[in-house]
Design a protein around this ligand. Structure first.
Ligand SMILES: [Zn+2]
Length: 449
């Protein structure tokens, strides 16, 4: 039963009409005891590259018809009256700027050819009318003609509600916040590789919940790279294309020891930290090594509620991070980050916190130092409350995929034995590539929405 709950929560409002399909896909992925054996239809990474979305389908579009159009010359806007009685306003300048004719738009790239220098931002119109095939036609003063589809216009309506709906469809910013009671959504690794519905359900849950567990991967290196190619490509960093989390002699990162790792996000020493992380368990320690995660956005919301001053401090002061060493090549990184990044409209969009790489250089006036520590301590204390932490233990063949801009993750210490080294392989991706694949999968599975 929790599965359908997670699937529902993983889906944004605009996906509700398709939620049953995604739900089935995710439920299918959860069949217990599913064999981890390679399947006959197993695809190699070469076959996958360039064709990561495996099928295509289309659904008829919702139909919006134009009843009437008129030019409001004084306001320099066109008013569209829809069949359902609703109205939309479109500024003349925007309409001229977005003319879809071959002179103004390169159709093969869906890109604007019209130059800003050729756009008259004070243009009027000569004629606006509804054509016989229910499109909107505009003749401009220089007799250039633009024709707009009703659907195309409807989607670009400037009302606050329409804009919000389109932004949610494009970016899926609605999140499901969780605490220790979360049961991590789980999918089957092989199914995600070969089935678009399963891949879509995986990425929707990754976006919405921030963490998805994949089971049934082969117990050898190379699986996180395969999974990255299902999406596009992985993110190269100074730790390599993929990286091996093991207890290493003379470790160049605290992750490469057997010690406890407190809750952190990866790589705030990069100004553009990786958005998504994959970790594949190849060998687990005999004892210890459990993983811990918290929902950093939810924790930030709790901090804002309980201690608004601390929230203001962490979302405004810039903290220095540093990372120096040699791995893929030698590196000497410095960055300045807010521990809680907030958008202009007040939404938390990224957590940047790693106590290991937080620099001893602290670029603050001396009177702000103690308030900074107080605020950070308040945030970390909330994170460490048992009711907020989800603990799980990875087993060979498990891959955890999570939002590195949102989750903080940690690890309990473990007993290192030379004949049985704990070994995880990790890789990073960025949200742009993940969201790109998600949109393509959504279109191929459900048609244009
Ligand atoms: Zn044109």
């Amino acid at each position: 039963m929790w599965m359908s709950t997670i699937a529902r929560l993983a889906l944004p409002a605009l996906q509700r009409s398709t939620s049953s399909m995604a739900c089935q896909a995710l439920r299918a992925c959860r069949r217990p005891g599913r064999a981890a054996d390679p399947l006959p239809s197993r695809l190699t990474s070469m076959q996958l590259r360039g064709q990561q979305t495996l099928g295509s389908a289309s659904l008829p579009l919702a139909c919006h018809s134009v009843r009437h159009v008129r030019a409001l010359d004084e306001e320099r806007m066109m008013e569209v009256e829809w069949e359902d009685g609703g109205q939309s306003l479109y500024p003349f300048t925007w309409l001229r700027d977005n003319c879809q004719c071959p002179l103004c738009t390169l159709e093969s790239a869906q890109a604007r050819k019209l130059l800003m220098s050729d756009l008259d931002i004070h243009t009027g119109v000569d004629v606006v009318e509804v054509t016989n095939d229910y499109k909107v036609s505009i003749v401009w003063p220089d007799q250039h003609t633009s024709v707009f589809d009703a659907e195309w216009l409807k989607k670009r309506c400037f009302s606050a509600a329409a804009r919000q709906a389109v932004q949610e469809e494009l970016f899926l910013n609605e999140r499901y916040y969780w605490d220790s009671k979360l049961r991590i959504p789980t999918a089957d690794y092989q199914e995600v590789l070969r089935d678009d519905k399963a891949a879509l359900a995986w990425l929707l849950a990754l976006r919405r919940v921030g963490i998805v567990y994949l089971k049934g991967a082969p117990g050898e290196q190379g699986q996180v790279a395969r999974l990255a190619e299902r999406i596009g490509y992985l993110r190269l960093t100074f730790y390599g294309h993929t990286w091996q989390v093991q207890d290493k002699y003379n470790a160049n990162n605290v992750a490469y020891t057997s010690g406890r790792l407190s809750l952190h996000s990866d790589y705030p020493a990069l100004h553009f930290a990786p958005g998504v992380q994959f970790l594949h368990c190849i060998t687990q320690a005999e004892e210890g090594g459990e993983s811990e995660v918290v929902d950093g956005f939810h924790m930030a919301e709790q901090l804002q509620r309980e201690d608004p001053e601390a929230f203001r401090t962490l979302s405004s002061l810039l903290v220095d991070y540093t990372d120096t060493g040699t791995d893929y090549c030698d590196f000497m990184l410095q960055s300045k980050k807010r521990i809680i990044d907030v958008t202009a409209d007040g939404r938390v969009e990224r957590i940047n916190f790693n106590n290991a790489t937080r620099d001893s250089v602290l670029d603050l006036p001396v009177h702000q130092v103690q308030p900074f520590y107080r605020a950070l301590k308040a945030y970390v204390d909330i994170m460490n409350r048992p009711e907020n932490v989800v603990t799980y233990r990875m087993m060979p063949g498990d891959i955890v995929t999570f939002d590195n801009w949102r989750l903080l993750h940690g690890r309990k210490n473990y007993i290192s034995r030379p004949d049985r080294l704990r070994h995880l392989e990790g890789a990073y991706l960025d949200w742009d590539e993940v969201m790109s694949r998600l949109r393509i999968l959504r279109t191929s599975v459900h048609g244009n929405i």
